[in-house]
Design a protein around this ligand. Structure first.
Ligand code: NAD
Length: 497
């Protein structure tokens, strides 16, 4: 059985922990590897290495740091098939979807290649007579990333390319469910010329996470995962005086207006609700049918959900792969049971889906609920599976109210042909990322990604300009070079003269 270790100071590191976790191939249900679960001591050692590597890396000119990113970009492109297959083999999503997610990560690397421009700073000549002032952004030190299972390449790449390009060193703790992709990315960074110790990977669970939070040499933590853990990370980083951004769960709505192009809305919803088996933080799990469009919407959706091609991620015919683990499959099924008990109408039931030859894989067919009510658990809680709930709203205002009353605020979209509805919606929705006739409005790398309300704890979104702000601290220097003129002591607040 293959053992996945850690990656510290540019090489594989086994650590002294005896604890391991199991990694499965979700398509077959077979165990593919065991992964080491780091002890506090193992994590501290990785942090120590990152700390040693910090000063020389921070002093490396941004242009040289960018050149490593350019080389890394090339290597990801060259190895994209291998990386994609790694994602499919441990996560389960279909090949083309996995490749797309790798590309979205690659785009952050491309953005990070422009770091010399982004770190240029600001200068004002003569803030006072013969006094100049300038602001620069300097790296923080050792930064850490803690990432979820659903995007084993993209989410880590939201973080470390920006952190490293800004001059920080990094310790990544990927999800223990699909850790191999991070290990391969670490090797590629080394091949790209990144000095040893600048990027490290520790595999593990809560013990590793707590070790990162409690170590005073970690300056900042970026987290992406479920809301309860995001809140835990946020609170404990604050207690330990660390900078933190903690992105949490979601329940994204798609508001379907009666004037929309229904085919476009249905196709958009199919991809957004069932793509990646609903295991996306930007998945749409609620369709809000406005006015009289509900029956037509549900009928069109039902036909397509029944026809969904579910199968292994490596099968080119598959539109939706399995769920990530057996436990997660049981959890998603139990939510469908709850929905039925709560009185929602189950229009398409995927619970008994079976695939010949893959009987032990973690498959479920697409599920569709109608007449979901806002006090039901299937509406309030994140299911993170291929389960779409249709809820009816009388009019635009009622739909907007539903969106704004929900505890999560990651993404939302509206399908309409009316510019006024689209514009008012984007202005009033209390949500971080909004799509108008776009089902999954994930911002590009040069914008920033993040939700509102209980979908993000902290101030800064990820990557893009917000990434530069998060991974640097601002310093402002004010200087005067007196020539012959000597000033007397001043005891009052200096003002501009
Ligand atoms: P998770 O919260 O279970 O795990 C995320 C990370 O936290 C993992 O690295 C895990 O090892 C660690 N962790 C788990 N339990 C912990 C504990 N008790 N103490 C300390 N650390 C712990 O999330 P997941 O199941 O891997 O991922 C799915 C979740 O991530 C969903 O809720 C999804 O919405 C969310 N997500 C959010 C975004 C976003 O941008 N907002 C993006 C992707 C995923």
């Amino acid at each position: 059985m293959k053992t996945i270790e850690h990656f510290v100071v540019g090489k594989s590191f086994s650590g002294d922990s005896k604890r391991t976790g199991k990694v499965f191939n979700p398509a077959t249900g077979e165990q593919s590897a065991e992964v080491k679960l780091a002890s506090t001591k193992d994590v501290n050692l990785a942090i120590e290495s990152a700390k040693k590597a910090f000063e020389p890396w921070a002093n490396t000119p941004p242009l040289q740091r960018a050149r490593v990113m350019f080389k890394f970009k090339e290597l990801i492109e060259k190895n994209s098939d291998e990386l994609t297959k790694i994602i499919v083999s441990e996560h389960g999503k279909v090949y083309e979807d996995a490749k797309g997610s790798l590309t979205r990560g690659l785009e952050v690397v491309e953005y990070a290649c422009g770091i010399p421009q982004m770190l240029k700073g600001e200068f004002t000549e003569n803030v006072g007579t013969n006094v100049d002032s300038w602001s620069i952004r300097q790296p923080l030190g050792v930064c850490a990333g803690i990432t979820p299972f659903n995007f084993p390449a993209m989410v880590p790449m939201w973080m470390f390319p920006m952190a490293i390009a800004c001059g920080n060193t990094f310790v990544l703790k990927p999800s223990e469910k699909d850790p191999s992709c991070s290990m391969r990315l670490a090797e590629l960074l080394k091949d790209a010329g990144l000095p040893d110790g600048v990027f490290n990977v520790v595999n593990g669970d809560k013990e590793a996470v707590d070790a990162l939070i409690n170590n005073k040499d970690v300056a900042a933590i970026s987290f992406v995962g479920s809301t309860p853990i995001a809140k835990y990370i946020y609170e404990n980083c604050a207690k330990n005086e660390k900078r933190v951004q903690a992105l949490g769960g979601a329940k994204n709505h798609c508001v379907v207006m009666p004037d929309c192009d229904l085919d476009q809305a249905v196709n958009g919803l199919m991809g957004a609700a069932y793509g990646s088996a609903g295991e996306r933080c930007m998945a749409q799990s609620v369709a809000v049918a406005v006015g009289g469009i509900g029956d037509k919407l549900v009928n069109s959706l039902a036909k397509k959900v029944e026809a969904l091609k579910v199968g292994p991620g490596m099968d080119k015919q598959s539109e939706m792969g399995p769920l990530v683990t057996k436990d997660h499959l049981a959890k998603v099924k139990s939510y469908v049971d709850i929905g039925v008990k709560e009185g929602a109408k189950l229009i398409v039931d995927g619970r008994n889906f079976k695939l010949q030859g893959y009987e032990n894989g973690y498959y479920i067919g697409g599920c569709l609920f109608d007449h979901v009510k806002k006090d039901m658990r299937i509406y309030k809680e994140e299911i993170f599976g291929p389960v779409l709930s249709v809820i009816r709203a009388k009019n635009f205002n009622e739909a907007l109210q539903l969106v704004n009353d929900h505890e999560f605020g990651n993404g939302v979209s509206i399908f309409t042909r009316d510019g006024d509805s689209g514009r008012t919606f984007s202005n009033k929705a209390q949500i971080g990322m909004i799509g108008i006739n776009i089902p999954i409005p994930v911002p590009m790398a040069f914008h920033s990604f993040g939700g509102w309300k209980r979908s993000l704890f902290g101030d800064q979104h990820m990557h893009g300009p917000e990434g530069v702000r998060f991974y640097t601290k601002l310093k402002t220097i004010t200087s005067r070079w007196p020539s012959g003129l000597r000033s007397d002591p001043e005891f009052v607040m200096p003002t501009m003269k």
